[in-house]
Design a protein around this ligand. Structure first.
Ligand code: 1MF
Length: 183
C-alpha cells in the first residue's frame, strides 16, 4: 500500500500515545523503514505487522485498532492534502459511498500502484443501504466499519453498521447493512 497509509498509522499512534510508544511498536513489528514516503508503494505486510505489533503493545484487539484507523483515515486524508477530493465525493453518507469507486479511479490515474477496493451500494432506501466491499486484500474488513463511522462523523450522521456476510465464512465478498440518520 502507499506509504500514506503507514504514515497515517504513525500519526494516529503518535498523536494518541506519543513517539516512544510508536518507536516500541515499530521495533516490535521489526519494521526498519525510517520514514514512510507517502507516494511510495510498500508491501502490505508492513502495514499488517504494524497493526499486529500495536495490538500487542497497546493491549487492544487488532480489529479495534483497524476500526479506529478507519475513522482516523477519513479525517486524516481530508486534512492532509485530499480535502478537495473528499469534498468532491459527496455531500452526504450514501452519496459518498456511491462515489468511492470514482474517487479511487481518480487517485489511480496518477498513482498506478494503487490497488483500489470496490464499494457498491444496493437496496438504497431512505435510511439504510447494503454496502458490498470487494478488495484484492484480506484482513481489512474491521477498517471498513471504522471508515463508514468516520464518514458518519464527517456528515454528522448517526450510523449503525453490521456485517451481513463475510469472505471468512465463504461468501464471495463482504457485505454490510448500513443504517443512517442525519442530525
Ligand atoms: O492500494 C493502496 O495503496 C490503497 C491505499 C488506500 C488503496 C485504498 C486506500 C484507501 N482505502 C483503504 C482501505 C481499503 C483498502 C483495500 O481494501 O484494498 C480506504 C477507502 C475509503 C473508504 C471510505 C472513505 C474514504 C476512503 O478513502 C479515501 C481515500 C482513498 C485513497 C487515498 C486518499 C483518500 C489515497 C490518496 C493517495 C495515495 C493513496 C491513497 O497515494 C499517494 C499519496 C501521496 C502521494 C502520491 C500517492
Amino acid at each position: 500500500m502507499y506509504g500514506l497509509v503507514n504514515k497515517a498509522i504513525q500519526d494516529m499512534v503518535c498523536s494518541r500515545f506519543g513517539e516512544e510508544i510508536w518507536k516500541e511498536i515499530k521495533q516490535k513489528a521489526e519494521v526498519s523503514v525510517d520514514v514512510f514516503i507517502s507516494m511510495e508503494g510498500y508491501p502490505d505486510d508492513i502495514t499488517h505487522k504494524l497493526v499486529k505489533a500495536a495490538s500487542v503493545v497497546l493491549g487492544l484487539p487488532s480489529s479495534d485498532i483497524m476500526q479506529a484507523f478507519g475513522e482516523f483515515w477519513v479525517k486524516y486524508t481530508s486534512e492532509e492534502g485530499y480535502g478537495e477530493m473528499m469534498d468532491m465525493s459527496g455531500d452526504n453518507l450514501p452519496e459518498f459511498l456511491e462515489n468511492l469507486d470514482n474517487l479511487h479511479a481518480r487517485v489511480g490515474v496518477s498513482f498506478p500502484q494503487l490497488q483500489p477496493p470496490s464499494f457498491e451500494c444496493s437496496e438504497m432506501g431512505e435510511d439504510s443501504l447494503s454496502l458490498h466491499y470487494r478488495s484484492t486484500r484480506e484482513g481489512l474488513t474491521p477498517m471498513i466499519v471504522g471508515l463508514v463511522k468516520g464518514l458518519g462523523a464527517r456528515f454528522e450522521t448517526e450510523v449503525d453498521i453490521t456485517q451481513t456476510q463475510s469472505r471468512d465464512d465463504g461468501a464471495e465478498h463482504d457485505e454490510f447493512l448500513v443504517k443512517y440518520k442525519p442530525h
